[in-house]
Design a protein around this ligand. Structure first.
Ligand SMILES: C[S@@+](CC[C@H](N)C(=O)[O-])C[C@H]1O[C@@H](n2cnc3c(N)ncnc32)[C@H](O)[C@@H]1O
Length: 212
């Protein structure tokens, strides 16, 4: 569906309402500092088929629907029942309700059984699982697909040289492994944008064979 001026006018109050809901219910959504780079990335890719891991209340889902191609279709997954219900409510009130397929459950489990082809993936679910998610959706990527992974710098810990607090260590290690994996993977190019909590933007550029 083309994002006309009339649709933008309809979406504005809904997005503002979602921002207020997120703040009141402590739901993390795309922060203002990451929103710009995220929106630019989606607009540039102009995707037709989007896979989103971590719907939250559907805020980033609707942003992608507005910025994607006219025939955009989105498959999105959320493990938290209350958030999925809220997302259903908000998305159901939007003009994009028929373009978005919502799945309740664990992203890793869903990916094991998902078919289709995606030209854009937004990873925003369990941060420690990014490398695993990538391996699972890799067979579904279109040529020249773009993959955006949020929070890859995790409050600065991922690039920090010193000792990492014990409770953060496993997450930081997993995110470092993800960055290492995608920056050394043949057939893909990755840029880490440091705005906000860090977003890794990976583009599929050719044939992939992991470098030895
Ligand atoms: C940062 S929030 C998503 C925000 C949303 N993408 C936005 O910007 O509007 C991350 C979401 O991922 C969900 N999540 C965490 N682990 C998950 C998993 N294993 N499978 C699916 N969703 C998961 C959380 O419940 C949470 O709602």
């Amino acid at each position: 569906m083309a994002c006309t001026e009339a649709i933008k006018r309809e979406m504005e109050p809904l997005l503002r309402e979602m921002e207020r809901y997120a703040e009141a219910h402590y739901v993390p959504i795309l922060r203002a500092r990451e929103r710009r780079i995220f929106c630019e990335t989606v607009m540039e890719a102009c995707p037709h088929r989007i896979l989103e891991l971590g719907t939250g209340i559907g805020y980033s889902t609707l942003v992608q629907a507005m910025l994607g191609a006219e025939d955009v279709r989105i498959v999105t997954v959320e493990i938290n029942e209350a958030r999925m219900e809220a997302a259903k409510g908000f998305i159901g009130r939007s003009p994009y309700r028929d373009c978005i397929e919502m799945h309740f459950g664990d992203a890793g489990e869903l990916l094991s059984s998902l078919g289709g082809t995606f030209d854009f993936v937004f990873m925003d679910a369990a941060k420690g699982q990014y490398a695993n998610y990538f391996r699972l959706f890799q067979p579904l990527l279109a040529e020249q697909a773009v993959i955006a992974a949020d929070n890859v710098l995790f409050h600065g810990y991922v690039q920090a040289k010193g000792k990492i607090p014990h409770k953060r260590r496993s997450m930081v290690q997993h995110l470092r492994e993800y960055i290492e994996m995608i920056t050394h993977m043949e057939g893909y190019e990755t840029v880490i944008r440091e705005d906000g909590d860090g977003m890794a933007i990976t583009r599929r550029v050719g044939h992939e064979h992991e470098k030895a």
